[in-house]
Design a protein around this ligand. Structure first.
Ligand SMILES: [Cu+2]
Length: 680
């Protein structure tokens, strides 16, 4: 495998035979108490190994093997097994050049002695507990119990924090399929969830890389178990570079950091003395269970107390006092992060695991101009952008490319923090808010980098005119396709999970043939009437595009939790974001849960969260909040086949919030019977 010289900071590099002292064991730093059973900032931030595709002979495929690896999540706990790509967590960063196709042979090597491996961690379910006393934030007691550090499967020992395994998880064996998130490639290279391989299986995928320089990531996408395979460790970065980016001379080499962020819980031993916790080193997938009104069991998406960056919990990084480029990836299963930089040098903040705490010290030293956003999922922004209050919101699956000028903080200690509430602590400022630390050297550095005024000359803002035309730079597109999707709260028909419904617009006077009718009012006063056309993945296909189509997707959020929506195959721009007011139950008033319909047309929604320059960047994943109506526009050009779109909360994706769509050449579509439709 190519890449830089091995070092202690680079996982996945095996020691050469006969050199037991290599790589040298890094000496942990003293760390800071967290109150959660592990010290913060004990480990140095590791960086993934790098595979530079262009250094290989043209046409020769890169082999990337999913294999059992040994990882150590924290300096003070033992190493444990994980599923990795090429031994690393994250897997190797694959760097490619724009317009140069790369072939990758994805191999499932997750076997031992010819048998497919079981998960390298246990999945446990915290049964429903009584609600918390009034005034305590959080859904209820088991939601919080599931987010407390430690615990184990009940068959491993008794204890208050021993829980039953989630059904069937002990028997789950490794079957994998890789999706390159954000890539423009044909459907058969896209990681179709049904196309899993058993150990020994190899899938060759071709990535044309005909897209702008940006941060993509690859991860497992197996049908119904993506959450378990990704949690086991199967993800990595994929970086597209191009000349436009090179001309900007952005910070590179040691000053370009890949930060794959994900929350994790850890298994602990049974029988530890009261007030102590002894971690086994293994991860733990611990989630809150509940029972729906009709007796169906459900689980709340997993949420964990420890933030891990590149496989290390709360790492620290020594940086020079100059510009750095941080490639942020929210690789969490369900956590929506609100990232910001805090100067913690003089902070007298005492972390606590008890709620509620409203320590006023938290947030007082947020550096509101520290994070300079230069790119989003699909490419560079037209110009650098400093987000409001210095906060970068990121749902699972999203990437943000930021620059930080550490020369402003010479000799200071900074922290990357998550200011969103968590399952453990609904208020920000708690012990689990830390993500990682930066210690800035106090010496001046000669840094020739200057923040450019213009980043991306290729970017044009998309527009949708009132008379239904699309304006893309100097192009006018007269016809485009539409897709309509509603996300609805749990509880409909006894369902325990939120659902994603594909909608079909009814013609005037058409008999819906169902009580489930959704009517909304457009800004121009026109009422649109829909019925669900499909709810589950395996129901029939309703969204079919011709290759070359532009399509406006309308997502209506009628209640329930926020969802990071991801559509494969293309990069989008958000055109509009409107907002309906929410009722006391968190649903849009007028949407009746009992009948799953709107008794009257929902009113014209009001102005929503503004579409900031960051939100208007090229995106493949964006978070839709309750009550929002979001309209995005994408170009379905340059690839064909079957693709998926889904919620990127992996528990939701696995629990039916995923649907297929197809893109076929126009000439074939002429022969293909299309019922319904939706072009105008
Ligand atoms: Cu979701």
């Amino acid at each position: 495998m190519g890449g830089p010289a091995p070092s202690a900071d680079r996982p996945g590099v095996h020691p050469p035979a006969g050199f037991p002292w290599w790589p040298p064991r890094p000496v942990p730093l003293p760390g800071v108490d967290s109150g959660l059973g592990l010290k913060k900032f004990r480990d140095r931030l590791p960086q993934p190994t790098i595979i530079r595709a262009w250094r290989r002979p043209a046409g020769s495929p890169i082999r990337v093997r999913a294999e059992l690896g040994r990882v150590q999540f924290h300096a003070d706990i033992p190493p444990a097994e994980a599923w990795t790509y090429e031994g690393g967590l994250p897997g190797p960063t694959i760097e490619v050049q724009r317009d140069r196709a790369v072939r990758i042979d994805w191999e499932n090597g997750l076997e031992r002695g010819g048998k497919a491996l079981n998960l390298p961690y246990d999945v446990v379910r915290v049964p429903a507990l009584p609600p918390l006393p009034p005034g305590q934030p959080g859904v209820n007691a088991n939601f919080r119990a599931a987010a407390l550090p430690g615990g184990r499967a009940a068959d491993k020992g008794p204890g208050e924090d021993s829980y039953p395994r989630l059904d069937h998880t002990a028997e789950l064996t490794a079957a994998t399929v890789v999706h390159l998130h954000g890539a423009l490639t044909d459907g058969h290279n896209d990681g179709w969830a049904h196309n899993v391989s058993l150990p020994g299986g190899v899938t060759r995928c071709t990535y044309p890389n005909r897209q702008e320089s940006t941060t993509l990531w690859y991860h497992d996408h197996a049908m119904a178990v993506t959450r378990f395979n990704v949690f086991a460790g199967l993800s990595g970065f994929y970086i597209i570079r191009d000349e436009q980016e090179a001309r900007l001379r952005l910070p590179s080499g040691e000053r370009e950091l890949f930060l794959g962020i994900a929350d994790r819980n850890l298994e602990s031993e049974a029988g530890a003395p009261a007030g102590t916790i002894k971690f086994t080193g293994r991860a733990l997938y611990k989630q809150a269970g509940f029972t729906g009104s009709t007796g169906i069991k459900g689980e709340i998406p997993v949420s964990a107390p420890f933030n891990m960056v590149n496989g290390k919990i709360w790492p620290t990084k020594d940086v020079d006092a100059c510009w750095y480029r941080l490639r942020l990836l929210n690789g969490s299963s369900s956590r929506i992060h609100r990232f910001s930089i805090h100067d913690t040098t003089d902070e007298k903040f005492t972390p606590t695991k008890d709620i509620p705490s409203t320590d006023p010290a938290f947030g007082a030293r947020r550096k509101t101009d520290a994070l300079v956003v230069i790119g989003t999922d699909g490419g560079l922004l037209p110009a650098p952008f400093i987000p409001q209050d210095g906060i970068v919101d990121m749902g699972p699956g999203e990437r943000v490319d930021v620059l930080v000028d550490f020369s402003k903080y010479r000799g200071r200690t900074l922290e990357l923090r998550n200011e969103n509430g968590t399952a453990l602590n609904a208020q920000p400022g708690q012990a689990d808010a830390s993500v990682m630390q930066f210690r800035v050297d106090d010496r001046r550095v000669l840094d020739r980098f200057r923040l450019p005024g213009v980043l991306n000359g290729e970017y044009v803002r998309y527009r949708h005119t009132d008379d239904g035309k699309l304006i893309i730079g100097d192009r006018v597109i007269d016809h485009h396709a539409h897709a309509w999707v509603a996300v609805v709260p749990p509880g409909i028909g006894g369902s325990v999970h939120p659902e994603m419904w594909e909608l079909r617009e009814l013609a005037e006077g058409e008999d819906p043939g169902t009580a489930e009718v959704i009517r909304v009012t457009r800004a121009d006063g026109k009422v649109l009437t829909f019925k669900p056309a499909a709810k589950l993945f395996d129901e029939s296909l309703t969204i079919r595009f011709s290759e070359g189509d532009w399509a406006v997707w309308n997502i209506l959020h009628l209640g329930g939790p926020a969802h990071p929506m991801h559509i494969h195959m293309t990069e989008f721009q958000m055109l509009n974001r409107w907002q309906w007011p929410l009722g006391p139950g968190g649903s849009v008033p007028g949407f009746n849960l009992a009948t799953a319909s709107t008794s009257n047309p929902l009113p014209v929604p009001g102005a929503g969260r503004p579409v900031s320059p960051m939100t208007a960047g090229m995106k493949d994943t964006w978070v839709i909040q309750p009550g929002e109506w979001v309209q995005v526009l994408g170009d379905f050009t340059g690839a064909t086949g079957s693709f998926m779109y889904h919620c990127h909360i992996l528990d939701h994706e696995d629990h039916t919030m995923m649907r297929p769509f197809t893109v076929l050449p126009k000439s074939i579509m002429a022969f293909h019977d299309v019922h319904g439709g939706g072009h105008h």
